[in-house]
Design a protein around this ligand. Structure first.
Ligand code: SF4
Ligand code: FE
Length: 486
């Protein structure tokens, strides 16, 4: 191919995959056209579509450092601070255009983290992981692929190391080594965009020690490789998508999805293996991927933009927009949302070059940003529901509005002003419901909490990375305990 795919070409490329997908206990023969999955495919397709828009070209595309060709930024290895800043802006942009999780960041973050770690392993062991990685990267860039970055193992009993679990498959591991590659078993949980991906890139989920070295593996495979099964996660209100294109679905265009991905004795050829038992590099890979992905939560700023726009709109429909407390709550929503934006821009602006040439975000600031993401969207959502009113959870369905019998009553009693169609009011309420409670709430709230690591994971990193000694030194000097400071 060697070109930027458009949305249609992306959709067609997915049709060629033979994915083994299950949902509601049944095999999904055609995920692309499945009404529950399709909105999530549309959201990934948006990452292709907007790359072709001249106004977004600078944000959505980049120049490949290996081929010099124009590529989609989601397949790019960041070559400068400017690249990192544009990545944050791309996240906000796409969040604001889709109001959901557009899923493609995990692969971008996995590629960038692997570019650093494969290079580092080779420097120590004279291996050829980086060479393999670059060949793989070129394949991904040339074909403009979606990669699913798969890090999170099911983890079993959290108090036990991978090799101590009662079931060895609770962490992904090597079950057989062959002359031509390895065979792996295990699973990856909560995999964002799994069935919309061409490739799956597996990484270890935690720091591994020597006794866990069979678990210290990273590799990439085509998503339809034999032995891989996808079990779709349920989302709140997901079956509303089976009701046709009624406005009860809230977001008429886009959605996200997650899946449990099972690997049952799956073969990986050596050229697709990027880490094999080098357990001492697992911390670096996990922490760098996490830092990149915590930066990626710029997406929630964009979803916040839509929620704020929806909240201002419902206030105007209800005639409350001039009430001082409503104005102030909307200011607060904006303040929180822009504060989130500060974090993802700051960690990018403070990025630095790694020995591989890849630019890495400031890890402390990326963790602070994601910690804020675990909190502020909940407050923004609370304020949205406050302003929207109780009707956000009590309004009758689109079918009732269309009913020959009761439609006139819904129309009459839920109307606020002559110039505001009742249907418009219900539509905006359904969008607010979708983002704060429905299928998009997965992406705006719970994913903000647990995606790219749960809150405590960031607090551990913050504790480790702040320069406490320096802070204490200055405090001691300034109050006169010590005679020297800076
Ligand atoms: Fe990207 Fe955000 Fe979805 Fe994660 S939650 S994949 S950062 S859009
Ligand atoms: Fe996510």
């Amino acid at each position: 191919m060697g070109k930027l795919m458009n949305a249609k070409e992306y959709e067609e490329s997915l049709r060629k995959l033979k994915l083994n997908v299950y949902m509601f206990g049944r095999k999904v023969e055609n995920p692309v056209d499945d009404p529950i999955i399709r909105p999530s495919m549309n959201a990934v397709a948006a990452t292709y579509e907007f790359a072709h828009r001249p106004e977004y070209e600078d944000i959505m595309t980049a120049k490949s450092h290996i081929t010099g060709k124009k590529i989609n930024r989601f397949t790019h290895i960041h070559q400068s601070v400017d690249d990192l800043v544009k990545k944050s802006k791309m996240g906000r942009l796409l969040g604001s255009l889709t109001a959901c999780c557009f899923q493609r960041c995990v692969g971008m973050d996995a590629l960038n983290a692997l570019s650093i770690t494969t290079h580092a392993i080779d420097a120590k062991y004279n291996t050829e992981y980086y060479k393999r990685f670059l060949k793989y990267l070129e394949y991904v860039q040339e074909n403009d692929l979606v990669c699913d970055g798969a890090m999170t193992d099911p983890k079993g009993d959290r108090s036990l190391a991978p090799s101590k679990q009662f079931d060895p498959d609770l962490f992904m591991h090597v079950v057989e080594e062959r002359p031509d590659g390895i065979v792996v078993s295990g699973a990856k949980a909560h995999q964002t965009g799994a069935v919309n991906s061409h490739e799956i890139i597996v990484m270890p989920t935690i720091t591994m020690r020597e006794e866990d070295k069979d678990y210290a593996i990273s590799f990439a495979l085509p998503s339809d490789t034999e032995g891989i099964t996808y079990i779709m996660g349920r989302q709140s209100c997901d079956t509303r998508k089976l009701e046709g294109m009624t406005f009860d679905r809230g977001n008429m265009h886009y959605g996200g999805h997650e899946a449990l991905v099972v690997f049952d004795k799956v073969f990986v050829p050596w050229e697709r293996v990027f880490m094999y038992k080098e357990y001492e590099f697992t911390t670096q890979l996990v922490e760098n991927f996490a830092a990149y992905h915590r930066q990626s939560y710029a997406c929630k700023v964009g979803v916040g933009d839509v929620l704020i726009g929806a909240t201002q709109t419902i206030a105007e429909f209800n005639g409350t927009e001039r009430a001082s407390h409503v104005k102030d709550k909307i200011i607060e929503m904006n303040h929180l949302n822009e504060t989130l934006f500060c974090g993802c821009i700051a960690c990018a602006a403070e990025g630095h070059r790694e020995p591989s040439g890849t630019y890495l975000v400031d890890v402390l600031l990326a963790n602070v940003h994601k910690q804020n993401i675990t909190r502020f969207p909940y407050e923004i959502a609370r304020l949205a529901q406050d302003i929207a009113g109780g009707l956000v959870v009590t309004c009758p369905s689109a079918a009732d509005l269309a009913s020959p019998e009761v439609g006139k009553w819904v129309e009459k009693y839920l109307k606020t002003k002559p110039d505001v169609p009742t249907e418009h009011r219900l539509r905006i309420l359904r969008l607010i419901e979708n983002i704060t409670m429905g299928t998009a709430a997965v992406g705006y709230l719970t994913e903000s909490m647990h995606g790219a690591g749960s809150p405590q994971a960031q607090r551990i990193m913050i504790a480790r990375l702040v320069n406490m000694k320096q802070k204490q030194k200055m405090a001691r000097f300034l109050c006169g305990i010590d005679s020297s400071g800076a």
